[in-house]
Ligand binder design. Structure first.
Ligand code: FAD
Length: 349
């Protein structure tokens, strides 16, 4: 493998049912930064699907300079083998230096298979991506390589943060969880160069047949889309007591979320869990109420614009990441806060 042949930052533009997933746009935002640091001019989105050409302009508006399009009926619904074949073929043909994939159910299936097929490494569930020297600390025992993709992720159950590089193989591949990276503000009317690529599909034993797709009807709020989150932890005390958080959320037009302790206790569904094994959120306002601030929780909410913590323990680690902290009993503070907010909103009309 000649590493010099590999150039450019690529993202896998996930679409489902002909709609781009938010993660595709988030990855484009990050790819732009990485491309600038590498003095690369172009960010490339790889779009796989059937009858999906109409999505190209949206990718352009969110930062794609070029879209490599593989449009084939074999790619209508996600199936491991044809998608792996298509993405691996794109890599063989266009030789990206970096390829980012969303850590979604699809990306978690596709990314490792593709990396194995093209014989490179993949770092899963990255929380930060940068360009820099590797090893991080110069060592006489090892040649320093410049402009490497430094992929950072929690390791050992979230007890440490590891920075991983892939200096000897290409592309450097990473998966990133939804909500971690930021989209750029869309550039209305932007256009991308479109390259249509046909890797040829030959059905083999690994092609699964989709008999039926059953979609789960979810009545649970999308906490990643919420601008205001009122998050409760074990300190709330009981599922019934979440009512005081729901009242606060309602007054603010926000959404209730929670810590893992709450999910493990069966008080709230897993879809509402914030953190390393839950969802990564980035609301404008995040209330952490009766949440201690364990590293695995903080990993999922620390990028929120403003964090307000309410906790009776003044030494709770959540106060280290909070912009505002209130020390006291949530059972008194939260209803009082809700009352004040309602009064203020009523006075405003
Ligand atoms: C591999 C791994 C992955 C994990 N992933 C996640 C994850 O995704 N998300 C997550 O949240 N956790 C995760 N955890 C669990 C995490 O380590 C903590 O155990 C969990 O976050 C604790 O939840 P909590 O803060 O609600 O509960 P606790 O740690 O029990 O904290 C409760 C807090 O409530 C306060 N409190 C109690 N009563 C009151 C009151 N009346 N008024 C005000 N404050 C009060 C207490 O002072 C305390 O600080 C993970 C752990 C591991 C090992």
């Amino acid at each position: 493998m000649s590493l010099e042949e590999y150039k450019g930052v690529f993202i896998f533009a996930q679409q489902v049912d002909g709609e781009l997933s938010s993660i595709a746009l988030e990855l484009l935002g990050k790819a732009k930064n990485l491309a600038e640091d590498l003095d690369e001019k172009k960010v490339t989105a790889v779009l796989l699907g059937s009858d999906v050409k109409g999505l190209v302009d949206k990718l352009a508006e969110y930062g794609a300079d070029r879209v490599i399009l593989v449009d084939d009926p074999a790619l209508k619904d996600y199936r491991t083998e044809p998608y792996t074949h298509a993405l691996a073929s794109v890599i063989d043909e266009y030789k990206p230096e970096i390829l980012l994939v969303g850590a979604t159910a699809i990306g978690r299936d596709l990314g490792p298979r593709v990396s194995s097929r093209v014989h490179t490494g993949l770092t899963a569930d990255c929380t930060s991506l940068d360009i820099g020297d590797f090893p991080l600390e110069p060592s006489p025992a090892r040649e320093t390589k410049h402009k490497q993709l430094l992929m950072t992720r929690p390791a050992f159950g979230g007890n440490t943060i590891a920075t991983i590089a892939c200096p000897d193989f290409r592309p450097q591949m990473a998966t990133v969880r939804p909500g971690v990276m930021q989209k750029i503000d869309p550039i209305k009317g932007a256009k991308a160069e479109v390259v249509e690529f046909n890797p040829g599909f030959e059905e083999n034993d690994c092609y699964t047949e989709i008999v039926k797709i059953v979609k789960e009807a979810s009545s649970v709020a999308d906490i990643q889309a919420a601008k205001i989150l009122v998050s409760g932890g074990r300190g709330v005390g009981s599922p019934e007591n979440f009512k005081i958080l729901e009242d606060l959320a309602e007054a603010l037009n926000g959404t209730v979320s929670c810590s893992r302790a709450v999910v493990d206790s069966g008080w709230k569904p897993k879809d509402l869990q914030v953190g390393q094994t839950g969802k990564t959120v980035r609301p404008q306002l995040y209330f952490a109420i009766g949440i201690s601030g364990a590293i695995q929780h903080v990993a999922g909410m620390e990028e929120s614009d403003i964090i307000i913590a309410i906790n009776k323990d003044e030494n709770a680690p959540i106060f280290d990441v909070a912009d505002y902290g209130v020390v006291g009993d949530l059972n008194k503070i939260v209803p009082a806060l809700t009352k004040k907010i309602k009064e203020a909103l009523a006075a405003k009309g």
